[in-house]
Structures are given as structure tokens and as C-alpha cells.
Design a binder for this molecule. Structure first.
Ligand code: NAD
Ligand code: ZN
Length: 261
């Protein structure tokens, strides 16, 4: 058996015998849907200049209305693209078994559109824009042409977590609690450069969980005991992995016993 296949089989066994699983995703899971990752460098979407201008609250305020337009364009793009095989495999895992918690840093709602319910969104989402002043909300597809609230003339902004902003407390607590009790955390398509989300896999390892990493490169630095790396694209690695992990285990297999739970 080739090394990659052997690792896939080790990972499938881990998933099959785990009682609690956390799937933790980043921009890489949506790359094959055509949404550029943060660090892909393949276009100017996430250039340093755009980060400065749009990705933090003061830049956003200084660059209105262009910053509002930028988020609106991203929101409409997210609606326009389709979930890929990786989102679908994760949805199949979340519906096939109990005890699976899905945590994402993504804001594109592609997990939900692929059929995953109860997604813990750490960085908000691009479904709606909201008024900073009065909380009025509207789906981006019907958002006003200018970033001015029709109720109170306050400033409209995306419902995402920008740099320097707090993550939603409830989502963060739920994610940390799930990480602490996970038998297996599967980390898909994230470079782990953005704290505090980046702490989740280490937390799971420290608590005695195993970590499966699905990523074509190793910039996340997750290696060593307890880590199984599957170095490929999420859309290619996850379908066979999930199919194998959700098959009924053979009587003497490492997953024996899990159907009763
Ligand atoms: P990142 O861009 O820093 O890292 C992406 C990772 O995905 C890299 O490690 C890369 O090697 C890997 N990758 C690329 N293609 C892949 C594929 N086909 N399969 C598997 N892995 C692949 O993204 P991040 O770690 O999520 O960065 C965090 C921040 O980026 C978050 O704040 C998030 O909100 C924001 N972000 C979100 C989206 C989105 O919603 N789709 C897009 C860009 C950025
Ligand atoms: Zn308002």
C-alpha cells in the first residue's frame, strides 16, 4: 500500500472508532469552489493593501463606501459559487453519525449549503449586512446601494469578525469545549495563522485527542505524535476518507462497537 493510502486508512480507522469528532475548516475547503484563500496570492483579493483598507474596522470606516462594496461583491460571489465535494463529504459525515461538531473560520456559508446543520461560525458570515448603530439587518442580495441604514442613517457593515474585533463568545466557547473533548479533530484547509482559532488543534492534542490534517502543504506546522497528515486537496481526500469512515466496521475491525453508540 502506498504511503498516502496507508495514512488514509489510519485516518479512516481513527474516525470510525472516535466517539466525538470535531471538523475544523478554513479557506482551503472552499478553494475548489473557486473562492480564493487568504494566502493563495493568486489574485489581488487579499493583497496587503486590501487587508489594510478593508479587513479591520478603522480601515473599513476610512474607505467607505468602497469597503462596503468590496464586502457586497464577496457576499454575492459566495452566493454564486457552489459547495464542492469536500463540503459534501463533511455534510455526509455530520449527518451519518452523532458526535460530530463542525467549526469553521469561513464566512461563505458553503457548509450549510452542502447540508451541514449547526455550523459553529467563528468569524461570522456573509449572509447579511447590519447597521452598526441600530442592528437593522438585511440579506446582501437586497442591501442598499450605499452603506447608510434606512432606519437610522447609521453605517452598514458586514456581519463578519474583522481583525482587532472579538470573536462571538458563544461560538468560541462551544468550539473550545468541543476541541477539549474531541477524540479526533480533522483540520481541513487552514494555515492556522489566525489566533485564537489556530489554537484549537493544539488544544485537542493536549487533551489527548488525535488530529487529522487535510492540506496540500505543511505551513500549519502540525506534525508529531498524534497527528496524521493527508497531503492533498480537500475535494479529493475527503470523499474516500468519509466513505471509508462511515462504512459499517467489520466485526473485528478497530471501529467495532461504534454502531451501538
Ligand atoms: P488561509 O488562506 O490562511 O489558509 C488556507 C489553507 O488552505 C492553506 O494552508 C492552504 O495550503 C490550504 N489549501 C489550499 N487549497 C486547498 C485545498 N484544495 N484543500 C485543502 N487545503 C487547501 O485560510 P485560513 O486559515 O482559513 O485563514 C483564516 C482567515 O481567512 C479566516 O479569518 C477566514 O475568515 C478568512 N477567509 C475566509 C474565506 C472563506 O470564507 N471562504 C476565504 C478567505 C479567507
Ligand atoms: Zn440603523
Amino acid at each position: 500500500m502506498g504511503e498516502d493510502l496507508r495514512q488514509l486508512s489510519v485516518a479512516a480507522d481513527l474516525l470510525r472508532s472516535a466517539r466525538s469528532i470535531v471538523v475544523f475548516t478554513g479557506a482551503g475547503v472552499s478553494a475548489e469552489s473557486g473562492i480564493p484563500t487568504y494566502r493563495s496570492g493568486s489574485d489581488g483579493l487579499w493583497s496587503a493593501q486590501n487587508m489594510e483598507r478593508f479587513a479591520n474596522p478603522s480601515g473599513y470606516a476610512r474607505n467607505l463606501p468602497e469597503s462596503y462594496e468590496w464586502y457586497r461583491a464577496r457576499a454575492l460571489t459566495a452566493l454564486d459559487v457552489q459547495p464542492n465535494a469536500a463540503h459534501r463529504a463533511i455534510a455526509a459525515l455530520t449527518t451519518a453519525r452523532r458526535g460530530v461538531t463542525l467549526v469553521t473560520q469561513n464566512i461563505d456559508s458553503l457548509h450549510q449549503r452542502a447540508g451541514s446543520a449547526d455550523v459553529i461560525e467563528l468569524h461570522g458570515n456573509l449572509r447579511e449586512c447590519r447597521c452598526e448603530a441600530c442592528g437593522w439587518r438585511v440579506p446582501w442580495a437586497s442591501a442598499p446601494g450605499r452603506p447608510s441604514c434606512p432606519e437610522c442613517t447609521g453605517t452598514l457593515r458586514p456581519d463578519v469578525v474583522m481583525f482587532d474585533e472579538m470573536l462571538p463568545a458563544e461560538a468560541l466557547e462551544a468550539a473550545f469545549a468541543a476541541a477539549r473533548t474531541a477524540d479526533v479533530m480533522m483540520v481541513v484547509g487552514t494555515s492556522l495563522q489566525v489566533a485564537p482559532a489556530s489554537e484549537l488543534p493544539r488544544l485537542a492534542l493536549r487533551a489527548g485527542g488525535r488530529v487529522i490534517v487535510v492540506n496540500p502543504d505543511e505551513q500549519d506546522g502540525l506534525t508529531g505524535p498524534g497527528v496524521v497528515r493527508l497531503p492533498g486537496k480537500a475535494g479529493q481526500v475527503l470523499p474516500p476518507l468519509v466513505a471509508s469512515a462511515t462504512l459499517a466496521p467489520s466485526a473485528e475491525g478497530p471501529g467495532a462497537g461504534s454502531p451501538a453508540s
